[in-house]
Design a protein around this ligand. Structure first.
Ligand SMILES: Nc1ncnc2c1ncn2[C@@H]1O[C@H](COP(=O)(O)OP(=O)(O)OP(=O)(O)O)[C@@H](O)[C@H]1O
Length: 339
């Protein structure tokens, strides 16, 4: 049985219909009108224990609303949801024991307390015994390097330090499922790498992770499965690599030559399936090709036959291209058939 299961999960919000300006607000007081907005529209989702799933979509797609229903904060309008066999909004306390939530843009630490006091409060709220708490903290410290942060009040932490402390706060009760919402937002590359490595580690240890992010690097680093939501509906649910194979196949090879080349037409003639163009300088050439039709070795051989190649750099196709196309409406993958 999947650890997390949603069937036809739907959330409809009622929004006040106000006219513009003060006049509209006053009129609304007298004659209230509402319209309905379907934020999540019949979502089916099954996530197995130990999976890392990226749950992505443009602004307003319904990601946070789904996560709120999964964590029991919101009651679905229709459809069903179960997390570890429980209906989250009917068993909020038990559900909270099994889940951890990290919002990159908000903190669950008590702002004016030292981190160690926030963690101790969470320990007491979850009823964690002293021995288990000490062991968990030691494990978290080994990867998140918490020791220096523990005596500092949350308000004095840098963003990166705060994120490490927040991850510890979300995981101190060893939840089996963790919802991460923009966990690396605003972090510098080094801290981002550390947070991603940490999340990979908890997944390897068996924690189920559901990641909501606009940072596609997070997705590539952490998840093998991608669920794309658009307008409240799942438009793709499948393997990340399969999406790349189907939609992000263009690879770019950047070649640096020993001498400037008068024309790239000789290279182009040897690999007709590729697009050959001048690079950033007169000694550079870029070759763009479908990686399933042409290999990088063929590109290198073609270039070497025409000129002396002194350096090579390859840009792999990025999931970013696919997701960007979905967001812009250029691509509509089918949820049933996959890409
Ligand atoms: N409490 C609410 N009342 C009315 N409408 C809401 C409420 N919460 C969310 N919505 C609307 O539901 C839709 C989905 O919102 P949601 O926050 O789930 O999107 P999201 O995919 O998480 O977006 P983002 O990437 O911007 O965080 C949006 O149109 C939003 O305006």
């Amino acid at each position: 049985m999947p650890l997390l299961e949603a069937e036809s999960l739907t959330k409809v919000f009622r929004r006040p219909d106000k006219g513009p300006g003060l006049k509209g607000a006053v009129r609304h007081l007298v004659q209230r009108r509402y319209s309905e907005h379907v934020a999540v529209d019949g979502v089916d989702l099954a996530v197995e224990a130990g999976e890392a799933v990226a749950y992505v979509g443009p602004n307003g797609a319904g990601k946070s609303t789904t996560v709120k229903m999964l964590s029991g904060i919101l009651v679905p309008t229709s459809g069903s949801v179960r997390v570890a066999g429980l209906v989250p909004h009917q068993h909020r306390v038990e559900n909270a024991r099994r889940i951890g939530v990290v919002f990159g843009q908000r903190t669950q630490l008590w702002w004016d307390l030292p981190v160690q006091d926030s963690l101790a409060l969470l320990r007491d709220m979850h009823g964690i015994g002293p021995r288990r708490y000490a062991e968990t903290l030691e494990r978290l410290d080994a990867v998140l390097e918490l020791a220096d942060l523990l005596p500092v009040t949350a308000r004095k932490l840098s963003l990166g330090q705060r994120m490490r402390a927040d991850l510890a706060a979300a995981l101190v009760h060893e939840p089996s499922i963790v919802y991460l919402d923009e966990p690396t937002i605003g972090l510098d590359i080094a801290v981002k790498d550390r947070v991603r490595a940490f999340v990979r580690q908890i997944v390897a240890d068996g924690t189920t992770v559901m990641l909501t992010t606009h940072d596609l690097g997070d997705i590539e680093d952490i998840c093998r499965r991608l669920v794309i939501l658009d307008g409240g509906r799942v438009v793709y649910d499948g393997d990340l690599q399969a999406v790349k194979d189907a939609y992000a196949r263009d690879r770019v090879v950047h070649l640096t030559l020993a001498e400037p080349l008068a024309s790239t037409s000789g290279i182009a003639a040897r690999i007709p399936a590729a697009r050959v163009a001048d690079g950033a300088s007169d000694r550079e050439v870029t070759v763009t090709f479908d990686r399933l039709a042409v290999s990088a070795v063929e590109v290198l051989a073609a270039a070497s036959a025409e000129a002396e190649v002194v350096d090579v750099r390859i840009d792999e196709p990025a999931i970013e291209d696919v997701v960007r196309k979905v967001y812009s409406g250029e691509l509509r993958p089918s949820p049933q058939a996959g890409p």
